[in-house]
Design a protein around this ligand. Structure first.
Ligand code: FPP
Length: 257
């Protein structure tokens, strides 16, 4: 907040680079996870169809991805579609399923230029072919990139993820690939869809909802949470910097003193 206030009080000519450099003076969260909520309410407030909110929300993902990458964030996970979102009207689901194509169709060259690596977590089987193709193309085209990982949670549900991991552990124990005594938190983490990724340091949820909605339940055990009333389509670069600035003031003790 302090940093932001100082920026706001100074002349508006201060370049974004200065804000970025200021933020980078303290440790930036390595992994930020975002529950992008409030697209529908944003649209309703403007008498627009819900899909207009999702479309605007997609543009925000682009801006936030760029800034996160410039800040040196190592992984940015965005909750783009949950396993529960299939319950929405068919037209809305169809629209949401087209967004990855539009996003990656227009933004992939920039992601490649930014050295961003695209990944996805979620049940791939149920996704429409056109959605999966777009995501898999982006994953392939960016697989050698060494910069920030942009991790899409798409058709993702955390309880299903944990159950799936548990079944795989049981199978591997039964077949002797691992010993029951080897099963610990670290091993179990590697059976989750976030295998190889650090747990999020910071979780952001927009739109004033204070819940996890089946998102990364295992991985968020020691994560710092940051909630805002702002609807996702109104979420700006300054909001991200504010969340990080708040995070930088927290004392993380992981159960210690
Ligand atoms: C929740 O808002 C948002 C979603 C279910 C979809 C999130 C998707 C985007 C932001 C688009 C990004 C997509 C890509 C591929 C980059 P809501 O619809 O539940 O809002 P409400 O609670 O106000 O109704």
């Amino acid at each position: 907040m302090e940093i932001l206030k100082r920026w706001k009080n100074k002349s508006s000519s201060i370049h974004a680079t200065d804000k970025i450099n200021e933020t980078k003076k303290m440790p930036v969260p390595e992994h930020i996870a975002i529950i992008m909520d409030g697209n529908g309410r944003w649209a309703k407030k403007r008498s627009l169809p819900r899909i207009a909110g999702h479309h605007e929300g997609m543009k925000v993902v682009k801006r936030i991805t760029k800034l996160a990458s410039q800040l040196g964030v190592k992984t940015l996970t965005v909750y783009a579609f949950s396993t529960e979102n299939w319950k929405r009207p068919q037209t809305e689901v169809e629209f949401l399923m087209k967004l990855p194509e539009e996003f990656l169709g227009t933004f992939l060259p920039e992601l490649i230029e930014e050295n961003v690596k695209v990944q996805m977590m979620g049940e791939k089987e149920a996704l429409p072919k056109h959605t999966l193709n777009a995501v898999e193309k982006a994953i392939t085209d960016t697989r050698h990139n060494t910069g920030m990982i942009l991790n899409f949670a798409l058709n993702y549900g955390s309880r299903a993820e944990i159950l799936h991991a548990m079944k795989k552990v049981l199978t591997d124990v039964k077949s002797g690939i691992i010993d029951e005594n080897e099963v610990n938190e670290e091993l179990f983490s590697n059976y989750l869809m976030t295998e190889g990724l650090p747990d999020p340091d910071l979780l952001i949820r927009t739109s004033g909802e204070i819940r996890l909605s089946n998102f990364m339940l295992w991985q968020l055990a020691y994560t710092e949470f940051w909630f805002t009333e702002v609807y996702w389509p109104d979420f700006s670069e300054d909001h991200l910097l504010e969340a990080i600035s708040d995070f930088q003031k927290r004392s993380r003790r992981y159960g210690g003193v």
